[in-house]
Design a protein around this ligand. Structure first.
Ligand SMILES: Cc1cc2nc3c(=O)[nH]c(=O)nc-3n(C[C@H](O)[C@H](O)[C@H](O)COP(=O)(O)OP(=O)(O)OC[C@H]3O[C@@H](n4cnc5c(N)ncnc54)[C@H](O)[C@@H]3O)c2cc1C
Length: 316
């Protein structure tokens, strides 16, 4: 119920300035968002690299209302990729297609994605296309397949809460398209997504085993940590991680065939513990001024713990 309320609120961006004036809320925003500018994100990136974490940098923005905004976002990503290469940061970038104007001009959106994917390839990096709500699933997969047929440095995300994801996993993984598997962060109807969390969790375990098997057959990641292995398991759920580890050990899957991914500001202890145990871990680091929908989805994941997180923030 609370999850639904926060997800609905995430669709009302006019609330951002109101929320920004609430001190506890802006402290929480700072926990999840690395700053507003590229240089702030790069400072966080270097510190996290220093702690052994690889990164996925996300210039926040979604559902733009004019193609000029999409072009500006793509320009920021081009600069970001150049800086990643110049500074030798172990990072790739994540984008959202609604930030690149898919709802306004699909061809223009694809041109921009292709441009960023080319720069990612040229700089030895990688472009991850995040997965949004089901209104965009088909279009996201089609666009990634199209661009991937020409530029290999692009991959996408599948959501374990969707019934369709197993079929999508086979299609994408058998074409060598890199996949981040997550549970899913949007509000979806019961004819498309498992309504019960236990079923989402069970599907995550099943899909992570499938994905790991594809990745094992496909080969290792780039050791510099920019180009990932085929399989990325994005979760903070220790039960999901334990199930994946059991499967990895059972099949003796080498550690360069997969990585764990988590969000900036969530379970840093677990991220560092996995690094100490010798696993590749990538932290998803968002930055920029359009933090509102991203932030509200983070609250939706743990609304009951908003105050708990705030208390922790001051304890750390
Ligand atoms: C790297 C990364 C990329 C992602 N990309 C996408 C995407 O492209 N599309 C998409 O739909 N979703 C994406 N997500 C979000 C994902 O779908 C889930 O909504 C989110 O990760 C919470 O699920 P969980 O697997 O951590 O498990 P949950 O069962 O939700 O949480 C398990 C535990 O993790 C901790 N936790 C989880 N979330 C939070 C939080 N916000 N604050 C504090 N603690 C928390 C808590 O301890 C909780 O008990 C991404 C997640 C990650 C980590």
């Amino acid at each position: 119920m609370l999850r639904q309320i926060f997800i609905k609120l995430s669709l009302v961006p006019q609330a951002q300035p109101v929320l920004a004036r609430v001190p506890v809320a802006s402290a929480l925003v700072r926990r999840f968002i690395a700053g507003e500018r590229i240089d702030e994100a790069m400072a966080v990136a270097r510190a996290l690299n220093g702690a052994g974490l690889n990164l996925s940098l996300d210039f926040l923005g979604e559902s733009v209302s004019a193609m000029a905004e999409a072009v500006a976002a793509a320009d920021t990503y081009l600069r970001l990729l150049d800086q990643i290469a110049e500074l030798g940061v172990r990072a790739y970038v994540s984008i959202k297609l609604t930030q690149f104007g898919i709802d306004l001009d699909p061809q223009g959106c694809q041109r921009l994605v292709r441009q960023v994917a080319r720069r990612a390839a040229a700089t030895g990096s990688f472009l991850r296309v995040d997965m949004e709500g089901t209104a965009h699933t088909d279009r996201t997969i089609a666009l990634v397949q199209e661009v991937h047929s020409e530029i290999a440095a692009i991959g996408t995300v599948l959501q374990a809460y969707l019934y369709r994801s197993e079929a999508d996993l086979h299609t994408l993984a058998s074409a060598g398209i890199r996949i981040r598997l997550c549970k899913g962060a949007y509000q979806e109807p019961p004819d498309r997504a498992f309504p019960a969390k236990a079923d989402v969790d069970a599907n995550f375990v099943r899909l992570s085993r499938l994905l790991l098997s594809y990745s094992n057959a496909c080969g290792p990641a780039d050791p510099a940590g920019r180009v990932p292995a085929l399989a990325a398991l994005a979760t903070h759920d220790e039960r999901m991680i334990a199930a994946a580890r059991a499967h990895i050990e059972r099949l003796r899957i080498p550690r360069d065939r997969f990585e764990f991914q988590m969000l900036y500001g969530v379970r840093r202890d677990l991220q560092e513990r996995l690094v100490r145990e010798g696993f590749a871990v990538r932290t998803y680091v968002p930055f920029g001024t359009h933090w509102y929908p991203y932030f509200m989805r983070r609250l939706a994941e743990r609304p009951a713990n908003v105050w708990f997180i705030a208390a922790n923030l001051f304890r750390q």
